[in-house]
Design a protein around this ligand. Structure first.
Ligand code: HEM
Length: 331
């Protein structure tokens, strides 16, 4: 493995757990609740908000290319639990847990980057830009910096005032695809859109803990050569998260939004069981085959569906608050 890849993987692995314009038009209507979002929302209060975020993201990405995938994941984990209200960003405090304490969120990263960007926004325009908008912009910039299509993000989200670990019901890597499809459908995403969002697993990586059972107790759904390689990297024994090795989903282009994830699905070479099921499931197999064969179509669709994801269940108007620090509610 080349030294750069090794060092990037090591960075991915060593990150602490707690710290851990060409505009694509949205072709699908925004879900209910996103009606008042507006691209010009900060025209009077923080006109440079989007360019400030983009500049900061460019610097962060230059220093650590593993951050952009982490931010795309952070947006997903935020928006599918209580909507895109930055509830996932709140740190647990004594006597008050938060979403970050829930198991699916233990491997989230990028919180420090969001806090840093928010500090810069506060310095430029105190009290104006919400953490939910900052995260939506950062995830959009992450997609663009990873070679995806740029897309428009309407603004005006407000930050939530609740963040509860027991509300985190995100699917697990071993979930049945039927259950995952029902979960995405309940949030307004059909099977094709779900397959497109799964395509986020063309960037970044996963710790062995989320798929080790597929190596030690094979059920024939993983290519045997890949299984043997991963067994060597991961070992057969469970490990704590801070020592568990991480692997790129797409080892050839781990920092490129491209369609190679679907080629991996077609050849049984993906890490997560729920993803692999999409290659054969009657509701998703044709979409997987189409995106495997049509690179440009995936890149375009991915940005469209990410734009839709950014609008799920947003708080608007006087709801919630604009947090001063993303990891804490305002006092
Ligand atoms: C059934 C749905 C999904 C499941 C079960 C799932 C599960 C996972 C797991 C287990 C990891 C590895 C975490 C780690 O070990 O560090 C991961 C990583 C990731 N997920 Fe998902 N995921 C799902 C859907 C999504 C969606 C919809 C997106 C975004 C639109 C997404 C984006 C990502 C990204 C970018 C990473 C890499 C993060 C990094 O490198 O830090 N995932 N996912």
């Amino acid at each position: 493995m080349p030294t750069t890849t090794t060092s990037i993987l090591r960075r991915l692995l060593l990150l602490p757990v707690q710290f851990l314009a060409i505009t694509t038009l949205l072709t699908t209507p925004p879900p209910p609740g996103a009606d008042a979002l507006d691209a010009g929302y900060y025209a009077a209060t923080c006109p440079d908000a989007a360019s400030l975020v983009r500049g900061a993201m460019e610097r962060l990405h230059h220093n650590d290319p593993t951050l952009a995938p982490a931010l795309i994941r952070l947006l997903f984990h935020d928006c599918f639990v209580r909507g895109c209200d930055a509830s996932v960003l709140v740190s647990p405090a004594p006597g008050r847990a938060s979403e970050r304490a829930a198991v699916p969120n233990h491997t989230l990263r990028g919180f420090n980057a969001v806090d840093a960007v928010k500090r810069a926004l506060e310095a430029a325009c105190p009290g104006a830009v919400s953490c939910a908008d900052a995260l939506a912009l950062m995830a959009r910039d992450a997609v663009a910096l990873l070679g995806g299509d740029d897309y428009a993000v309407a603004l005006g989200r407000r930050d939530g005032t609740q963040s509860n670990p027991w509300e985190v019901d995100l699917p697990a890597p071993f979930s049945r695809l039927d259950d995952a499809l029902a979960y995405f459908a309940a949030r307004g995403f059909d099977a094709e859109e779900t397959v497109v969002l799964f395509g986020a697993h063309t960037v970044g990586g996963a710790h062995c803990g989320s798929f080790r059972y597929r190596l030690t107790d094979p059920n024939g759904t993983m290519d045997d050569a890949l299984r043997c390689d991963l067994l060597e990297t991961c070992g057969a024994a469970d490990q704590t998260l801070d020592t568990d090795p991480a692997n790129f989903f797409d080892p050839d282009t781990p920092f490129a939004v491209d369609n190679s994830y679907y080629a991996q699905l077609v050849s049984n070479r993906t890490l997560l069981q729920v993803d692999q099921e999409a290659a054969a499931h009657p509701a998703t197999a044709a979409h997987v085959a189409y995106y495997a064969a049509t690179p440009g179509a995936f890149v375009r669709r991915f940005s469209e569906v990410m734009a839709k994801l950014s609008n799920v269940g947003v708080l608007e108007g006087d709801a919630g608050q604009v947090r001063k620090v993303c990891s804490r509610y305002n006092t």
